[in-house]
Design a protein around this ligand. Sequence first.
Ligand SMILES: *[C@@H]1O[C@H](CO)[C@@H](O)[C@H](O)[C@H]1NC(C)=O
Ligand SMILES: *[C@@H]1O[C@H](CO)[C@@H](O)[C@H](O)[C@H]1NC(C)=O
Ligand SMILES: *[C@@H]1O[C@H](CO)[C@@H](O)[C@H](O)[C@H]1NC(C)=O
Ligand SMILES: *[C@@H]1O[C@H](CO)[C@@H](O)[C@H](O)[C@H]1NC(C)=O
Ligand SMILES: *[C@@H]1O[C@H](CO)[C@@H](O)[C@H](O)[C@H]1NC(C)=O
Ligand SMILES: *[C@@H]1O[C@H](CO)[C@@H](O)[C@H](O)[C@H]1NC(C)=O
Length: 508
Amino acid sequence: MARLVLCVLLVVPLLGGCDGAWNQRQLRKRIHQLREIQYFKSFYSRLGVPKGAPYVPAVEGYITQPLDHFNRRNNATYKQRYWINEEFWQRPGGPVFLYIGGEAAESEFSVLSGEHVELAQKHRSLLVSLEHRYYGASINQDGLTLEGIRFLSSQQALADLASFHMFISQKYNLTRNNTWICFGGSYPGSLSAWFRLKFPHLVYAAVASSAPVRAELNFIDYNKVVADSLSDPVIGGSEKCLDKVKDSFRVVESLLKVGNITQLEKDFFSCASLHPPDDYTEFVSNLADIFMGAVQYNNEMPSSDVRKICQQMISAGSAYEGLISVNAIYMESMGLKCVENSHEKTLSDLRKTELDPVGVGERQWYYQTCTEFGYYQTCEHASCPFSPRITLQSQLELCTKVFQITTESVFQAVQFTNEFYGADHPKSSRIIFVNGDVDPWHALSVLKNQSHSEIAIFINGTAHCANMAPSHATDPPSLQKAREEIAMKIGEWLKSAREEPFLGSALS
Ligand SMILES: *[C@@H]1O[C@H](CO)[C@@H](O)[C@H](O)[C@H]1NC(C)=O
Ligand SMILES: *[C@@H]1O[C@H](CO)[C@@H](O)[C@H](O)[C@H]1NC(C)=O
Ligand SMILES: *[C@@H]1O[C@H](CO)[C@@H](O)[C@H](O)[C@H]1NC(C)=O
Ligand SMILES: *[C@@H]1O[C@H](CO)[C@@H](O)[C@H](O)[C@H]1NC(C)=O
Ligand SMILES: *[C@@H]1O[C@H](CO)[C@@H](O)[C@H](O)[C@H]1NC(C)=O
Ligand SMILES: *[C@@H]1O[C@H](CO)[C@@H](O)[C@H](O)[C@H]1NC(C)=O
């Protein structure tokens, strides 16, 4: 399956990728939980330890939205969840900071904790956040059926944001004096950039963290960056580590070839026996996911960052033993008794239409990859250290098998998305694109200044959405510097908005 794009915000921008395998889904779930805990802790450390019932300034609400913004004759609606935090706001003229939700359930921490909240405190902003349609609680009962899911798209999501802008403006009697800035990371990072691009009269500036704004069918570079990161000494990788990872997958491949399957099932704790060929692909994808996850979420998972994984690979006798131990430690950290390698299980999980109001929307996200973004993290290229069984074909097949969407149609959708938004050369203004060089997703983002106000910040040594988390004393200097640059730009732009309130929006 496609590794989702989840970011690090409590608001969970995760952007995993897409290979669809079970481990990827477990990992995303775990990261989502860890982030909630991190945001919770950070929020309460700001407030001090609560006595009795804690005071939480976030207010949750729902607005009724058209299910299809682009056909006014369709009167169907759904309820979309939002949060508001007024605690820092200087009425009536203070700015509004909008946190954009993505491919997972959001929570009140979307307006309570994180880089945008620290900036809101400084600039006395009203904080608002909007959960993405079809995720979390923002979905109709029948939303996941083939018929119901049709109105899930980034275009509809941007129209939701415009209508939310109107709702908040009316609720607080806002005027054009209230400068809006939007924030998002991972897929919502793209939405943040696109909201500024398509609605410059509504939002004055945008911060787009780890935003894969270029859609790509065959995302070869994902695993290329994973390989680079596994050999990057700055984060504890090495050439030796990378070589051992490659070797270990070669050994697995040779065992698959000679049919020594029971050995693999036993050594890697497969929940059930492996049936060729689809379970074999699932099996190697699950193993690859451990490394892909360790890179993408480096320093977020207590037991599986690049440094630890490379230590395990290197200290083991053989490459194969290294892989066994990496898998065992991963399973322990995730509390897993066995690993689910059944391809049928992946298919049936993705076909489930029951709603899950918490966690990551795997079915929805896969649908978005099939209808808009591709992002399939393949391993057919020589730069990929894992198994060439992880093919584009195996991932596109899920679009057909789960959603009846043809390969040709996925291909066209990806092309259109780039045409519609401008890919990694958007023509806009006042957008900061922030990326970490360890994060595989940076390959699809904007890494160079596009103009004097479309700015790229490329952080040495950080992974996915690192800048979005609350600032911490242990932040590496490169991250601290990036935070300062972002804060400085936001300050500059808010000042220019005050000086020329009605000129600003469309001009750079
Ligand atoms: C929506 O439209 C249908 C027919 O197009 C109509 O029967 C129905 O009453 C409308 N519902 C609402 C809430 O207006
Ligand atoms: C907005 O303006 C209306 C009419 O002037 C007023 O009744 C209302 O209290 C105002 N709301 C807020 C939140 O200031
Ligand atoms: C915006 O603020 C300026 C200066 O405070 C004030 O003169 C103007 O009336 C305000 N404009 C609106 C539309 O509220
Ligand atoms: C299967 O592979 C293991 C580990 O490489 C080896 O020890 C064992 O002899 C093999 N068994 C067969 C039947 O080939
Ligand atoms: C990009 O723009 C920023 C802000 O204007 C500037 O500080 C930085 O030097 C520029 N970077 C490059 C590579 O030109
Ligand atoms: C990244 O940081 C490390 C030290 O942490 C340094 O050795 C390396 O040269 C830096 N790379 C770049 C491109 O600045």
